[in-house]
Write a protein that binds this ligand. Sequence first.
Ligand SMILES: [Zn+2]
Length: 327
Amino acid sequence: MSPLRFPGSRRRGRFPFPQQRQPQQRQPQRRQAQPGQRRPAFGRGAGGGLKARLMIALAIAAFAFISYYMKPGDVNETTGETERVAMTEETEEIQLGLQAAPKMVGQHGGPTRSVADQDRVDRVGWQLLEALNRDLDEKNRQNLGSKLRNPYYKAFRFTLLADKQTVNAFALPGGQVFVTHALYDQLETEGQLAGVLGHEIGHVIMRHGNKRMAKQGMYQGLAGAMGVLSDGGQGGQMGQMIASALSMKYGRDHELESDDWGVKLCGLAGYDPNAMKGVMKILEKSSGGKGPPEFMSTHPKPANRVEFIERAIEKYYPNGVPDGLRP
Ligand SMILES: [Zn+2]
């Protein structure tokens, strides 16, 4: 959900949705947490206990895999692709986003007081959504029987936040999109604003928060299985580390996918998609060029994202970006 890269941001940890609870996985974790019940992991005395733990661990791991991979999946109405999500109903996502929004707004000093700036954010955001609708209509015309649409269209809200300290933009599932004043003030062109909003729209359409919820259940299950196997020893920690590294990798994939959407929506709405590169420069500058190494960070480095954006532009414009697009 969180945005355009911020290594310093704690946003990810505050992901406002209830985590999936799966009692079958929780139980063993609770057991190992109790002091006095610890037994040597693989050493003496582990004998029969190890066998039992192995069976339980396998059962938990199998359950985690099956409950994730055997789900039928849900068709994304905008792309037509089948995805694994926690919530298949758009109304549920929209509801969650609406519930979490006031807290997000509160954490960033409330909405801006500048009506003119808020209007500009709205105008650009809705231009992108209208452009997407036209593109989907066109695709439906070309492919008989295809009924692509943006199911969140009416639920989208673009909010400029008063926060002048935190350079950030983010989206909640269902269509709540936010940009802080600190980021907004640094944007040099309307195309850059379109790039930021397009990226966030991408998170919503691709249901990134929803997918992450689905995967988190599986990761927790696997980490739990390793915890049982080592009876709370290092295996459990290792499981957690692997789980969190995997979910960070997942977060980076989502960022790149949203960058692709930023490029695409900019172009569809008549903005020069190269503006996305300008956004990356701004982000890099505001993070002071530092930030954690890419592998352990949720967000890819802006420099690497620029390369990715260049490839995306070549993909959408194999003959080069046409003249006359707004900067
Ligand atoms: Zn993002």
